[in-house]
Write a protein that binds this ligand. Structure first.
Ligand SMILES: Cc1cc2nc3c(=O)[nH]c(=O)nc-3n(C[C@H](O)[C@H](O)[C@H](O)COP(=O)(O)OP(=O)(O)OC[C@H]3O[C@@H](n4cnc5c(N)ncnc54)[C@H](O)[C@@H]3O)c2cc1C
Length: 431
């Protein structure tokens, strides 16, 4: 095997579509994308336009959940159905779908948990990161996911203590959503490993801490001992410093890494953090016919502003690969001014603020100037003037949270992706 000594052994199953030694020009080449999230969708939309490519997306779940809205759905489970849809509505024209969890990578095919082999000529890894309960578990059924969301929603509304672990953008949003719906006397704790929103500027961190304090969220410094486990029943949360918290609901809101465990046996494909090791063409350094989007060893945060340019780089290089040429498009970080999400939501009706330092310079300028230029007059049909909470300052307000989460994002996202997911409202946009 050209995957090296640790590569999985070839199985004895029959493989009707094994790659032939050379492909005739008329034969479509098989581009297989593992992952039907934003990374997979954007890549597929680009690659499917290319002549001579037959594109297959392998997707673990047979439903389409808009998990960006999870903090909202977990606290208002009655809205979950609006954020989930069948895959049928959101399938990309011309793309074939396979449902199942990939458990093994071989030199010329990937194997699903069911044992089914899916052969490829070019493979794109778009597997995303895991975040228990915030995102559906790999291979979970729609029914299981719905029941889980209902159970958490019910538990939060009856809880005496809710512990949210992780004070990044998702944790900070989640903890305020919990505060919005939990009983008045519920103790709501945010476990923070360092500063709240440590990836953002000090100014933003201070703003967030101020809002948390005002909302009565208790911030506890500490780090989880052991695995991130979500719970909707009473349990003990153990911290590394020996302290522990009793909680009725535990919501881990940090990622435990990319979902690349099945690649670990293939030598040189992933690094110690489980990120796919790529070259400047986003091609696996160890495997030229494998590319990665959204799960590579790049210093870019995970957001659509970063993923989309990665997908375009990969699509261009897949085109080269299909033509039998070496990759030509070097990856350049997209929206390089953006080092952290420019918009932070805290709950859906609590607070939101924009960080102009992470907005495109003209938008940042407009956002700072305030009414009558904020937003630009051409945007007034969707976004009325001065919706951001005040002139001549960084936009922040309760109204901004409400506007972005209930109005702007559902419209924007539904225009672009995940068309099949219910009515898509309300949701949120952070980045
Ligand atoms: C709560 C929350 C809010 C967010 N808000 C924003 C936002 O406002 N703006 C923004 O830009 N970004 C936001 N993000 C980040 C954004 O959602 C991600 O960056 C982006 O969606 C990642 O897309 P992806 O396709 O790489 O991964 P995913 O969406 O995780 O998709 C990966 C897919 O691969 C499938 N998969 C993985 N492993 C396998 C396997 N072995 N076999 C088969 N299938 C597999 C999974 O089932 C999954 O469907 C948010 C994230 C969260 C959690």
């Amino acid at each position: 095997s050209h995957f090296g000594s640790r590569a999985p052994k070839a199985t004895t199953r029959s493989r009707p579509h094994r790659r032939r030694a050379s492909l005739s020009p008329s034969m479509a080449q098989r581009v297989v994308i593992i992952g039907g999230g934003n990374s997979g969708i954007i890549t597929a939309q680009e690659v499917v336009k290319q002549k001579g490519a037959s594109v297959t997306i392998i997707q673990a779940e047979e439903f389409n959940e808009w998990y960006i809205a999870s903090p909202y759905c977990l606290t208002r489970p009655e809205t979950h159905s609006k954020h989930v849809g069948s895959m049928d509505k959101s399938k990309i024209k011309g793309v074939t779908y396979e449902f199942g969890v990939v458990t093994q990578l071989n030199p010329e095919d990937v194997v699903l948990k069911s044992g089914k082999s899916v052969p490829f000529d070019v493979l794109v890894l778009a597997v995303g990161f895991s975040m228990p309960i915030i995102k559906p578990a790999l291979g979970q059924s729609w029914q299981e996911r719905s029941l889980e969301v209902q159970a958490y929603g019910k538990a939060i509304k009856a809880a005496k203590t809710v512990v949210v672990v992780g004070s990044g953008p998702v944790g900070v949003e989640m903890v305020c959503d919990v505060k919005e719906v939990a009983p008045k006397d519920c103790r709501v704790v945010l476990v923070s490993r360092g500063a709240v929103l440590s990836g953002s500027s000090e100014k933003i961190q201070q703003k967030a801490e101020g809002v948390l304090k005002q909302q009565g969220v208790e911030v506890v410094q500490g780090e989880l001992a052991g695995e991130a486990v979500a719970s909707a029943t009473r349990t003990t949360v153990n911290l590394k410093d020996g302290n522990s918290l009793e909680a009725d609901v535990v919501l881990p809101c940090f990622t435990s890494g990319f979902q690349t465990g099945f690649l670990a046996s293939v030598q040189g494909l992933t690094d110690e953090r489980g990120r796919v090791v790529v070259n400047e063409f986003l091609q696996c350094a160890a495997q030229p016919k494998i590319f990665a989007v959204g799960c590579a060893n790049l210093n870019e945060f995970s957001g659509i502003a970063k993923i989309e340019p990665q997908a375009k780089t990969v699509a261009a290089n897949v085109k080269c690969a299909l033509a039998g040429k070496p990759p030509a498009k070097k990856h350049k970080e997209g929206n390089s001014f953006m080092k952290a999400p420019p918009l932070q939501i805290m709950g859906h009706d609590t607070w939101a603020f924009m960080d102009p330092a992470n907005l495109p310079p003209p938008v940042a300028c407009c956002a700072r100037i305030g009414f009558p230029c904020c937003p630009l007059p051409c945007c007034w049909c969707c976004c009325p003037p001065c919706c951001c909470g005040g002139p001549c300052q960084d936009p922040e307000s309760r109204g901004l949270a409400s506007f972005m989460t209930h109005t702007a994002t559902p419209k924007l996202m539904n225009m672009r992706m995940h068309k099949g997911a219910g009515e898509l409202a309300p949701a949120q946009m952070q980045m």
